[in-house]
Write a protein that binds this ligand. Structure first.
Ligand SMILES: C[S@@+](CC[C@H](N)C(=O)[O-])C[C@H]1O[C@@H](n2cnc3c(N)ncnc32)[C@H](O)[C@@H]1O
Length: 365
């Protein structure tokens, strides 16, 4: 067999395997949305496998649909099946399949991002639209909130804030500190911090009406209303005039690269920070060179360039003067932007506890 034939056979296999993985991944998403893995884990084991009707009963679903889902999951080697067509989750997989880890949540990504697929394809065409609106992804804020929680919940307070340095944690604890969360989405990070530091005040800002509506519904863990947290619908490139020199700390979580004019946003952050105030931007990992990214990040690079193509790039390109960065803008472009927009000394801090991120920190002179 010629080398060319070998290559084309292996590409054929690769394409088939990718198509299979895509189907299984979307079926996992259905399982997550309906809590099927956790329910199956609760009612079954290798010694006590269950019929689809038992899972259906326990999950409050229709037997016929559950049977098809179980069959797909078993043939896809996600759950186990025996000759009597009874199912269970292998003991070593229970934990991974029934928690809301980043890996589990990411299987819901494509269902969220493909909603405006035809419109995205039109964006590629020379005579097509410049980009897409956030509102065309109706489930994005829900998905992003779930992903941020899976990625960040355990580490924002324990690891990330101490890494900013400059006594930020002590100041937040002492109180009287004003913090701005730019591009706050559904308010996951702002509310986490507001609960942790009740003596400091938090403001979440987002351009999305939907995002701010969801954020305003946030409550403390005990169900009470926050009295140190507010949300405002506003373009980060045009913040309120009265905010000049008013924040001690400005944070961004994965929300700079997908703005149309991140330069205006960073200039505004510089304006609203108090002198000596700190700016910390958590952004997607990347080097600003795809060759380096491929070598350093492997499949994660493919995933993040893909997320960018399906969502971050089109939403960040939808006006004639957009900078069109995309999620993988990377360290060089990010530090250049921060330097150009008022922060000459940028520290790049590795955040191994956030597996897709890196943090840029700078102080206002
Ligand atoms: C990828 S999401 C991140 C949301 C949140 N920070 C998180 O990590 O869960 C980016 C957010 O930036 C917001 N955004 C985009 N452009 C903006 C702008 N010009 N001003 C304010 N927010 C913007 C979007 O509406 C979206 O909620």
């Amino acid at each position: 067999m010629s080398q060319q034939q070998t290559c084309s056979t292996s590409m054929k296999e690769k394409l088939f395997n990718l198509a299979v993985s895509n189907v299984i991944s979307n079926a996992i998403n259905i399982g997550n949305r309906l809590n099927l893995f956790k329910t199956l884990a609760d009612i079954s084991s290798e010694k006590g496998p269950v019929l689809p009707e038992q899972l259906a009963e326990a999950a409050g679903c229709k037997e016929r649909y559950i049977r098809e889902w179980c069959n797909c999951m078993a043939c896809g080697q996600i759950i186990e099946v025996n000759e009597e067509e009874k199912f269970w989750i292998a003991a070593e997989n229970v934990q991974e399949l029934s928690n809301s880890s980043f890996e589990a949540v990411m299987n819901g990504m494509m269902a969220t991002l493909l909603e405006p697929l035809d419109e995205l394809i039109d964006c590629f065409r020379k005579d097509g639209p410049l980009g897409l609106e956030y509102a065309q992804f109706t489930k994005f804020q829900y998905f992003m909130g779930t992903m941020s929680q899976a990625l960040h919940e355990k580490h924002v307070v324990a690891d990330m804030l101490p890494d900013i340095g400059n006594g930020v944690v002590e100041k937040l604890e002492a109180g009287g500190v004003r913090v701005l969360d730019v591009g706050c989405g559904g308010g996951f990070h702002s509310s986490l911090l507001a609960e942790q530091y009740p003596k400091s005040h938090f403001v979440g800002l987002d351009i999305g009406e939907d995002a701010i509506r969801q954020a305003k519904q946030r409550k403390t863990k005990s169900g009470a209303a926050f009295n140190n947290l507010e949300f405002i619908e506003c373009d980060a490139g045009k913040m309120p005039e009265i905010w000049t020199d008013s924040f001690d700390l400005v944070l961004i979580f994965d929300a700079c690269h997908d703005q149309r004019r991140p330069d205006l946003c960073v200039q505004e952050i510089h304006r609203v920070l108090k002198p000596s105030g700190m700016f910390a931007m958590v952004e997607v990992l990347g080097s600003s060179n795809v060759y380096t990214d491929k070598a350093a990040m492997g499949p994660l690079a493919a995933m993040m360039y893909g997320c960018s193509m399906f969502h971050c790039l089109p939403v960040g390109s939808n006006c004639p003067d957009a900078l069109c960065y995309g999620a993988m803008w990377g360290q060089k472009r990010a530090t250049d932007l921060l330097k150009k927009c008022g922060f000459p000394d940028v520290k790049v801090i590795d955040t191994p506890y956030f597996p897709i991120n890196v943090m840029y920190c700078a102080q206002k002179n």
